[in-house]
Design a protein around this ligand. Sequence first.
Ligand code: ATP
Ligand code: MG
Length: 470
Amino acid sequence: MKVTTTASTSGAVPANAVPASSSRASRIAPHSHIKGLGLSAEGFAQASAAGFVGQEVAREACGVVVDLIKTRKFSGRALLLAGAPGTGKTALALAIAHELGAKVPFCPMVGSEVYSAEVKKTEVLAEAFRRAIGLRIKETKEVYEGEVTELTPAEAENPLSGYGKTISHVVIGLKTVKGTKQLRLDPSIYEAIMKEKITVGDVVYIEHGSGAVKRVGRSDAYASSYDLESETYVPLPKGDVHKRKELVQDVTLGDLDAANARPQGGQDIMSVMGSLVRAGRTEVTEKLRREVNKVVAGYVAQGVAEVVPGVVFIDEVHMLDVECFTFLNSLLESPMAPTVVLATNRGRARVRGTEDVVAPHGVPVDLLDRCLIVKTVPYSRDEVGQVLKLRATVEGLQLGEGVLERLSAEGEKGSLRYALQLLAPASILASLQGRAEILEEDISEMNELFLDARTSAARIPLDGGFDGGL
Ligand SMILES: Nc1ncnc2c1ncn2[C@@H]1O[C@H](COP(=O)(O)OP(=O)(O)OP(=O)(O)O)[C@@H](O)[C@H]1O
Ligand SMILES: [Mg+2]
């Protein structure tokens, strides 16, 4: 028994890989306390939930948008989040991403990203839009599925060098309700097994043909009695070990474009879609996109694939210029458009790229006209306090008596962000003094060392520089 692995190195997205563009790493530390919009089942904002405090109207509005996106009624439209700095616009957008779940593509970018020396501005926008259109592909494939009962790599002398050994093949035992089977697999599959961190007792499936390995979960025979665990337990698969199974993969049009720009061989849908254009192309062109669209449309018509419109989030949208804005208008009107969420902290501002066109939020009126606008409002002292408390928990800091009140007051006077930013340095000061707890005196000292934006601005006269002003 041997599973062939001829196509396991196809240039298309491997079947078991999470497409890079739709996976969302939570690397944005300042927002790591935000877990969602914190709405009730009826869509009302709870005063403090899912890491979100206050800002009820904006949260409820975003909740409506999330519902519309989920029911696919908002694609090709735009939402604009407008408000003063530090009022939670970026946080709201990330909460929308959380609410949509991992299956709906969410493609965040910052307005200034379009200014690249190598890529055209419009190209950057077009690519972001492609990355925000998901495609769910259903395929029936021949697979081996079961609970791993045995996993033995067989070693052999390395013929190329005298040292070390290589793996000649790997023996894997799979068990289902109906029976067991032992497979002798190619060493390249062993690498995939190692990558998925598969051990005895896991339920896995291995695709016949591509040799892709996917871990489904841990067999529930191994379920432990812990209440809190990150592991997902799955029942022992039914049927034979070797069977036909319907597999679902999520990719984005951006992934398909990229895969086609670097085509390689293979037979399954992903590889065929990944080899429309053979020449060693490295750039995604409009022609290539049209070809991808055509094939995708074909699969959609056959019922093999389903389009999942996602979200493009453009933070600091006032950084775009007129050319980008007109292009954005046309993108919004294209038949395969995702939902667009924009954010800005500007009031009336000059539109970039024009001499004297002043528009609300620095966004031309024709784009504004296509937007639903949601306003974020400044926080009260009490709300600042609650956010601070959340952050202190996330950062693992202990606050002494009166610290929260003091910081809340600072936050009200300066900004929420200033108060949040004082937390970390204050904790360093405390630990220098050998304390685990932050005390009020640390905050006072911080205030001597650092200025909030408003105080700092007030110290420097409008016409003076640093030399003359202070
Ligand atoms: N309502 C809230 N509940 C909890 N945390 C919040 C809330 N609003 C803002 N924050 C936190 O405050 C900080 C500043 O907010 P955020 O970065 O979202 O502001 P912004 O509106 O995007 O500002 P800017 O216009 O400067 O980009 C972040 O760490 C964010 O997670
Ligand atoms: Mg922001």
